[in-house]
Ligand binder design. Structure first.
Ligand code: LMR
Length: 394
């Protein structure tokens, strides 16, 4: 029977990770997968996570099941972190999921259950796994213009024009902050215009927020999501703790379904519980418990927020240094966009051939669409990258 299986397309991010591992060169630079690395190239366990793990080890008496949607305290803490006071708590149904990807997958399944004819509009480009999961589930995907290859900023007019094609019952997937893969983001006035189009057409916004705290700060990065939830009657939000708590392998995420219709919450909550049960039953607890402990303890929370802020500022510093170095080498402001982008990624705007050249000739690994993980750089590798970019003729 297994001989009937067909080979599946490789995930380009994971394939690149593998190629990097297998490259024997000492001078190689990994700007691939979206994992934060400090100046020593290490992805550290955050101090507050260590402290919470220590406390948990001492205090936890059982590993018995928690609940199908996870611990309600985790949902409460995350809803507060992301949505603040933008909506009443009882408008939000929520379920813990295995990472942000789990939340995305469950959201797509919920959409399919609610409206099998829904089309999901995604930005061009978007995180490749969005499209892969949509295809896998057989959901029609439509791309809207997002990134302007010339300006390396959002093509807002194109985006708005394309979003006017949405029909009632369609879904529009938006990145809450730190757009992956481009690093180019909407401002709040533009968000408002997008919301107006979706409200006019009766389309449902779905927000993927995986990098809160990596762009302009914990609060600023949540502003767009808060604006959406307070301006629409229904929406979905898939959140990840992988990056901002640095707990990638613990698989910690949350799916929220918000509805202003007071009667809808119960059904939404039951649907999320049902989906968890079908797909993996109880969601992982360890990471969610650590996050809850941190968010509910003043000292741990302050220390976590401080470390996250240091991470954010260090990435901004790397962006600025790279933009400055390229300015120095080229004598032009062509690469100034690198300092304006936000989050872990920037799309350099190099052709796949040049990306390949950077890998083969310089041992620099970025995704084929020229997405660079800025956190993969340090002050030593910035001049090397800048010179290579100029050498290959980006
Ligand atoms: C990325 O975009 O590199 C991360 O979100 C990791 C992943 O799972 O692809």
């Amino acid at each position: 029977m297994f001989d009937r299986l067909k080979a599946q397309p490789a995930d380009k991010i994971l394939a690149l990770m593998q190629m990097y591992r297998e490259d024997p060169r000492d001078q190689k630079i990994d700007l691939g997968v979206g994992v934060y690395k400090n100046a020593e190239g290490v992805t550290p366990v955050m101090r507050a996570i260590k402290a919470a793990e220590h406390r948990l080890w001492e205090e936890q008496e059982t590993k018995a099941y928690v609940g199908l949607v996870g611990d309600p305290a985790f949902s409460d803490a995350m809803i507060k972190l992301i949505l603040g006071d933008a909506v009443l708590r009882d408008t939000v149904a929520a379920a813990a999921t295995p990472g942000g990807t789990g939340a995305v997958r469950q959201a797509f399944e919920m959409i399919q259950m609610a409206n099998p004819d829904a089309r999901v509009f995604v930005s061009n480009p978007t995180w490749p796994n969005h499209i892969s999961i949509l295809n896998y589930l057989g959901i029609e995907t439509v791309m809207y213009r997002y990134f302007d290859d010339d300006t390396r900023a959002v093509d807002f007019d194109g985006m708005l024009e394309d979003l006017k094609q949405v029909r009632e019952g369609d879904v529009v997937l938006l990145h809450g902050c730190c757009h992956n893969p481009t690093g180019a983001n909407l401002n709040l006035v533009e968000w408002k215009a997008v919301i107006d189009v979706l409200n006019d057409r009766g389309a449902l916004p779905m927000i993927d927020i995986a990098y809160q705290g990596f762009g302009d700060g914990l609060e600023a990065d949540a502003e767009a999501t808060r604006l959406v939830v307070s301006s629409v009657s229904e929406c979905l939000i898939a959140a990840s703790c992988s990056k901002n708590f640095g707990i990638y392998r613990e698989r910690t995420g949350l799916l929220m379904a918000v509805s202003q219709d007071a009667g809808a919450r119960g059904l939404n909550q039951d649907t999320l519980a049902f989906l968890n049960r079908q797909n993996y039953s109880f969601p992982p607890d360890h990471g969610a418990r650590l996050v809850t402990m941190i968010l509910n303890d003043d000292d741990l929370r302050a220390d976590w927020a401080k470390e996250l802020e240091d991470v954010r500022l260090s990435m901004l510093g790397l962006r600025q240094s790279l933009a400055d170095e390229l300015q120095r080498l080229t004598g032009s402001d062509r690469f100034a966009f690198l300092a304006q982008h936000r989050g872990m990624f920037s799309r350099l705007g190099a052709s796949p051939e040049l990306v390949e050249k950077l890998r083969v000739e310089h041992g620099i690994y970025m995704i084929g669409d020229s997405r660079m993980n800025i956190a993969g750089l340090n002050q030593k590798t910035i001049p090397i990258l800048a010179k290579a970019i100029v050498d290959v003729g980006v």
